[in-house]
Design a protein around this ligand. Structure first.
Ligand SMILES: Nc1ncnc2c1ncn2[C@@H]1O[C@H](COP(=O)(O)OP(=O)(O)O)[C@@H](O)[C@H]1O
Ligand SMILES: [Mg+2]
Length: 370
């Protein structure tokens, strides 16, 4: 019997995925079930801008995976389409985590770009004010994962932006997004008092809601009859236990579909879903991974080399010293603090033995670091 080529077999039409992209994090669904109220509040607060009026500042909060990012992008996309007077500017603060980086991005937005680095924040701010005099639109600044910026000089940046109207220019509305509901209370007094805002809550999804959402996403991503209501319920229940996190639900569905595909099945069976439960990471920290610098990644890689769990800090330092990358102990300490803030690692201080040793654990698996 002629043997079948193993590669031909693995790419054979298998009848599971119709369009896997519909399960990817950057996919924008046509509808967002169970976010109608939040969408209405956003529209109500922002619509005046399209008529030359003033918008309300907004604070959007809720646990990871509750649709904050996707909903804001959905609404901003449509606002842009609806009105040329408004220019939504989406800033993920894992990337834009300093006043300097945000102001420099804003000079670009208001068409006064500055060449390279080396300008002080006050020079950048002056450029932004100058640019705002001439542009024909109002920028709406959306700060996603705002805590990352607040941990640095977010207060100073907000102060800059909130006093733009005093300088005779139009107001620049801001939207802060965070998992942390206490953000407004954590702002400096002078910033807090001028950040009059409306708060919009994104609560965890219930199992029923997750089922609805999965149904819609599966209809785009998978062939008909691949996902039974029972298996959908199983995945929804799993994500519900993980804090009503829709990212977990969708990621689990994607992995379960892959498991089915690998097994050569023509539908996703409960065992394919259960096998996917084991390797979905909690989603909060995975969002940070694409924003890790090369230095951060080097530290993480060394931690994985040392097993990834409860790695004594002394071992990490000696591994990094041997790597010949010239990281000083002080720099390594800084990197560890940053990684812990991004929730990429957890450190515990072990006082059980002689003296105190720090033990470091990476909060995700090595495969996520590609
Ligand atoms: N109501 C919804 N309908 C469809 N997909 C959703 C919905 N809510 C969230 N998602 C999806 O779940 C994932 C997590 O949502 P995201 O907006 O990133 O959550 P958050 O920003 O609150 O952490 C994304 O893939 C997103 O597309
Ligand atoms: Mg988000």
């Amino acid at each position: 019997m002629p043997r079948e080529n193993v590669f031909a077999r693995s790419t054979r039409e298998n009848g599971i995925f119709k369009d896997e992209h519909a399960l990817s994090p950057e996919f924008m669904p046509d509808v967002l079930p169970h976010r109608e109220n939040q969408i209405n509040s956003l529209v109500y607060a922002l619509k005046p801008l399209s008529e030359g009026g003033k918008a309300t500042h907004l604070f959007v909060y809720g646990p990871p995976g509750t649709g904050k990012t996707v909903t804001l992008n959905y609404v901003m996309e449509q606002l842009k389409e609806f009105s040329s007077r408004v220019k939504p500017v989406y800033l993920n603060c894992f990337g834009f985590n300093s006043r300097q980086s945000v102001l420099s991005e804003l000079t670009r937005i208001v068409e006064r770009p500055v060449p390279g680095r080396g300008m002080s924040t006050s020079e950048l701010y002056a450029k932004v004010l100058e640019g705002l005099k001439f542009v024909q639109f109002v920028p709406v600044l959306v700060f996603d994962e705002f805590d990352q910026l607040l941990d640095h000089d977010g207060n100073e940046l907000l102060y800059d932006i909130l006093r733009i109207p005093e300088r005779g220019r139009v107001q620049v509305p801001i939207v802060l997004i965070s998992n942390d509901p206490t953000i407004p209370a954590r702002l400096d007094g002078r910033v807090r008092s001028s950040f009059s805002h409306e708060a919009i809550e994104f609560a965890p999804y219930s199992p029923m809601q997750l089922k609805d959402i999965l149904k819609g996403r599966a209809a785009r991503a998978l062939f008909p009859n691949v996902l039974s209501p029972d298996v959908m319920g199983l995945i929804a229940a799993h994500a519900s236990k993980r804090g009503g996190d829709c990212r977990v639900a969708i990621e689990t569905l994607r992995k379960a579909a892959h498991n089915a595909e690998k097994a050569g099945a023509n539908e996703i069976r409960p065992e394919h879903a259960r096998a996917a439960f084991e390797n979905t990471e909690t989603s909060a920290l995975l969002k940070a991974v694409p924003f890790l610098s090369d230095a951060h990644k080097l530290v993480i890689k060394s931690l994985f080399r040392a097993g990834g769990k409860n790695v004594p800090s002394t071992e990490l330092y000696s591994r990094l010293a041997a790597s010949g990358m010239g990281l000083s102990d002080r720099r390594i300490r800084e990197l560890l603090v940053e990684l812990e803030k991004k929730k990429a690692i957890t450190t515990i201080t072990d006082t059980s033995g002689r003296g105190r040793t720090k033990k470091i654990t990476v909060n995700f698996s090595e495969s996520e670091l590609k």
